[in-house]
Structures are given as C-alpha cells and as structure tokens.
Design a protein. Structure first.
Length: 324
C-alpha cells in the first residue's frame, strides 16, 4: 500500500475564518501494483462540526480491500459553531475531486470511476456536490477546467432536507442560527436534484434517532422523479453513525480531528473567533483530560457494533459501483 497526504488548497487559496491554521487535505490509500483502479473520496460525517475518525480511514480501508484506490477528505468544519461555513465545505469537496483527477496518472485512476462517499452531514456535503457541481467554480484556472462531477455518490444516513425532517445542528453549523430562505432552499437537496445528477446509493436505518429516515426517502423520491438511477436500502435497526465502527480504536484515522484540535486549543487560549462564553464552557467540558470522548465520538470498544444486516451496505455498494 502507498499512503499519501496532501493539502488540497495552495497557499493563499484558503481563508476560512475559523480554520486556526488548518488546511483541508486528503489522505490516500493506493495499491502499489501499477494497475488503474476505480477510486473513492470519503468525507467523514460529524454535523459539520467535526470529521469523525470512524467514518474516514476505516471506510477507506474497507473499499481499498475491495480493490479501489481510496482517499479520505478532511474538509472545513466548525466545532465552535461560531463562523457559518456557508459554501466552504462544498468548495473543499469540489476541489478534492479536481485535485485527485488532476493526478490521475500518479494515483492510478486514469479512465476509471470516481465515487464520493459521505455519512450524515457529509452525506449532505456529497449530495450538495452532485446537485450543485456545475455551479462550483474553482478559483484556480488550472483546476477549474477539470470536471468536479463524480461518477456516483454513496450517501450513508444522509442529512438532506432543511424542512420538517431537518437535522438542525448540521444547518446551524453550515448556515448559522438565522439562515436566509434562499440558503435553506439551496441546501435542501431534495429540491435540487436535476436530470444530470450522478447516480446514487443511499442507505439508512429505520431507527436512526438523529437524522430521520425521511431524509433518504425524500432524496430517493427526487432522484426517481428526475430519472436519476439509484439504489436505496433502509435497514430495520441501528443507531445513527453506525458506519463500520466495530474495529474502532484510539489510533484509527484520528488525523481527521486536526481542525477540531486546533480550534479547541485556540478557544482555550482565548483566541477563538466569535465564540460565545456558553460554547467556550461546553468545549472545555467536552475536551477535558478526564473526558473519554473526542469531538463527541466515543473512542472505545463500547460503541454499538454494526448490525449484521446493515453491515451488508459495504458489499451492496460495491456491487452497485461495479454496475455504473
């Protein structure tokens, strides 16, 4: 296996106010046999507040072992929920697709499919890309000429709607506490599907306690109405964020927490950007030395194991990708 790590933005291109020195990046897991392969860019979920470790490297390794070259994207998030992200995460994932394609010879993906895969809020991010890709212009002419349209998207228990069934926390981090109606409409993605939206694979559990299952139903219905090919699986049981966490350990993919670590440190030093006193207190408690949680994701073996039938999503997704 060849591992790579690259910042996706060059110096002077990235200026998100709450970055605290972080630059969005990709970690790659590439086969070393010289064979061109389909690839996947995985964006971990986390309510647009974190990039959860258990939805990054573990997923990349699963699909690497199924024959793909894989990449984990650590995109812009805001653990302080103080500086609305707006279009920055969408710009990040758009650049990531172009970044990987620009290096197709180096990454051995020339002429092969590129799939994006997201979980919860990053499911929303991937769905934002496949519905709005044509509108996302890259600031670099070198990259803007490269297609940012994925060949397909895997949306795992995705946040989709800003309406009745919205996951409000994700939209608070993305758009702020008082978003405009146009913003809410733009990011209510069941309303944004077009006939050229790439094919989708959606899965969720009926008992998801954070993101109502109606989110994936709304998107599937919109895909059907526009004639976009899709697969949609709803499994009977399983908590939100179930992913593939049965092998989680303290070292798995923790690189996705870089921006969170930088932000928490800055807030602790009184250098946070527009962070309320209430949020400062919450972060101090959440990230205290005696707190076993990191970014709200439990880093121990007691996290609920993947339910047997929901765990089939990995194989089902691979079958779906092979048919594209």
């Amino acid at each position: 296996m060849i591992k790579i790590c690259e910042n996706i933005w060059d110096e002077g291109e990235y200026s998100y106010a709450a970055a605290y020195g972080f630059v969005p990046n990709i970690h790659g897991y590439l086969h070393d046999d010289g064979e061109n392969r389909d690839c996947m860019i995985i964006a971990p979920g986390g309510g647009y507040c974190v990039c959860a470790p258990h939805e990054g490297e573990l997923v990349a390794l699963e699909f690497y072992n199924r024959g793909m070259n894989t990449f984990v994207l650590t995109y812009s998030t805001d653990i302080t929920v103080s500086v609305p992200l707006k279009l920055q995460p969408l710009n990040d994932i758009s650049r990531a697709v172009r970044f990987v394609r620009k290096r197709s010879l180096e990454y051995k993906i020339g002429g092969k499919k590129l799939i994006v895969c997201g979980f919860s809020a990053s499911g929303h991010l991937c769905a934002s890309l496949i519905t709005h890709y044509a509108e996302v212009k890259d600031p670099s002419s070198e990259y803007d000429v490269i297609s940012n349209r994925p060949d397909g998207a895997i949306l795992s228990y995705p946040v989709i709607t800003s309406g009745e069934y919205a996951h409000r926390g994700s939209f608070d981090a993305l758009l702020g506490k008082e978003p405009g109606e146009e913003e809410l409409e733009y990011f209510s993605l069941e309303k944004q599907v077009k006939t050229d939206t790439p094919p989708c694979f959606l899965w969720q559990t009926q008992t998801d306690e954070l993101v109502p299952v109606e989110n994936s139903y709304l998107f599937a219905l919109a895909l059907r109405e526009k004639g976009v090919p899709f697969a949609h699986y709803v499994f009977p049981t399983g908590v939100h964020g179930i992913g593939i966490v049965s092998d989680l350990n303290d070292e798995t993919g923790t690189y996705t927490m870089e921006q969170v670590d930088r932000a928490v440190k800055a807030v602790g030093e009184g250098k946070g950007v527009n962070v309320s006193e209430a949020r400062m207190k919450e972060l101090a408690e959440q990230f205290s030395d005696d707190n076993e949680e990191k970014g709200g994701i439990e880093q121990d073996k007691n996290y609920p194991p993947l339910i047997e039938d929901a765990g089939l999503w990995l194989d089902l997704a691979k079958v779906w990708m092979d048919r594209l």
